[in-house]
Design a protein around this ligand. Structure first.
Ligand code: MRU
Length: 353
């Protein structure tokens, strides 16, 4: 699959795009069995796609949300600026409430609303919003490429790298954050192996990470989430890199549930633990206690491939994310450079606070 972004031919999966005033995205619930593209024509369809994880991963849902607002802009019957902004505000609320943890969604929606408010009339708002959405999608790929190049310096030839969930091309518009770094390591000529965790309960690791790395010809093996400690204890895992859904000013990282366990085990085994996150994933306002960790449908845990695997009447916890404290993180890779310990100081410096 080829796409062209920023004059660079990029041959990986393109997760989401804006084509002929509609959103085209890969339906990730069908992977790896089928590569199905869906065409979404209104913002409610986009909201539904985000809720159902047809599109997922922090940067990808940000761009999806922004495209949802562009669809709302085109569909509005408003005849004047204020009515159009009111319609956009309604769509903003619906899209924002789809998933609570990844900050990129709110970041992207607010960026589009800010641009929309600059328009003087209906036509100008529509033009500005669509231009911004296209810019955002382009930016996503070059930011990931830049982050990849910067992060690739941390890895040596011959190393085996562990990753969790899917922070790849499929979690972004293209190239990926953590998997973008892994791609860049390979592109730099180093030979590497990747171990992907299954990432229960909806298996973003087995279904998506493995699919995408195999598609790109990167050596990948799969391990159940419960097997990561054994591989670390045996000395197989040399470094770990994951993505993030939200990074706080203190350096606390919210990411797919299971990240905290992996980071804790990495500390015990003295394995460098890296997080790759674009600046759009940083939330400089919230405190740990302000962040809502999404609880998903217990059916994701009680069933497998549509079949019930748990006795009825059992209470199920199904948090989608967890919190990794800064002391477990070696380095955060961003498109503006590497953030090292103490993370809160590096974050203040990079954002010039
Ligand atoms: O529930 P998901 O699949 O949206 O969760 C995705 C993750 O937790 C990723 O690791 C994170 O969004 C970083 S993606 C570049």
């Amino acid at each position: 699959m080829k796409s062209n972004s920023n004059d660079q031919t990029y041959d990986s999966l393109l997760t989401i795009s804006w084509e002929d005033n509609a959103v085209t995205l890969i339906d990730q619930t069908k992977l790896p069995g089928k590569l199905v593209y869906r065409r979404l024509r209104n913002y409610n369809e986009v909201a539904d796609a985000i809720k159902k994880l047809m599109v997922r991963g922090a940067p990808a849902i940000g761009v999806a949300g922004a495209m949802g607002l562009a669809l709302a802009c085109l569909a509005s019957n408003a005849k004047n600026r204020d009515d159009l902004l009111a319609d956009l505000q309604d769509a903003f609320t619906v899209l924002r409430d789809t998933r609570p943890t990844a900050i990129n969604l709110l970041w992207a929606l607010e960026r589009i609303m800010k641009i929309a408010r600059k328009g003087k009339n209906v036509q100008e708002i529509q033009d500005k919003v669509i231009r911004e959405v296209l810019k955002m999608a382009e930016e996503d790929i070059w930011i990931n490429r830049r982050m990849g190049k910067i992060g690739s310096r941390l890895f040596r030839d011959g190393e085996t790298i562990m990753t969790h969930c899917n922070a790849g091309s499929l979690a972004t518009v293209g190239y990926g954050t953590a998997l973008g770094v892994i791609r860049a390591v390979k592109e730099s000529g180093k030979s590497i192996k990747v171990i992907a965790t299954e990432t229960r309960p909806v298996l973003q690791g087995s279904r998506l990470t493995v699919f995408e790395l195999q598609h790109d010809g990167i050596d990948v093996s799969l391990v159940p989430d419960t097997g990561v400690g054994v591989l670390m204890a045996k000395g197989i895992v040399k470094r770990i890199i994951v993505g993030a859904d939200r990074v706080l000013q203190t350096g606390h990282v919210f990411n797919k549930v299971g990240t905290y366990q992996i980071a804790t085990l990495a500390k015990v085994h003295n394995i460098p633990f890296y997080v790759a996150a674009p600046l759009s994933t940083f939330d400089l306002k919230s405190r740990v206690e302000d962040v809502v960790i999404e609880e998903r449908d217990p059916k994701e845990v009680s069933t497998m491939a549509g079949k019930r695997i748990v006795p009825r009447g059992i209470h199920i916890f199904n948090p989608a994310f967890d919190l990794t404290p800064p002391q477990l993180i070696t380095i955060i890779v961003t498109e503006k450079g590497l953030l090292s310990q103490p993370l809160h100081k590096s974050i203040r410096n990079i954002f010039k606070l």
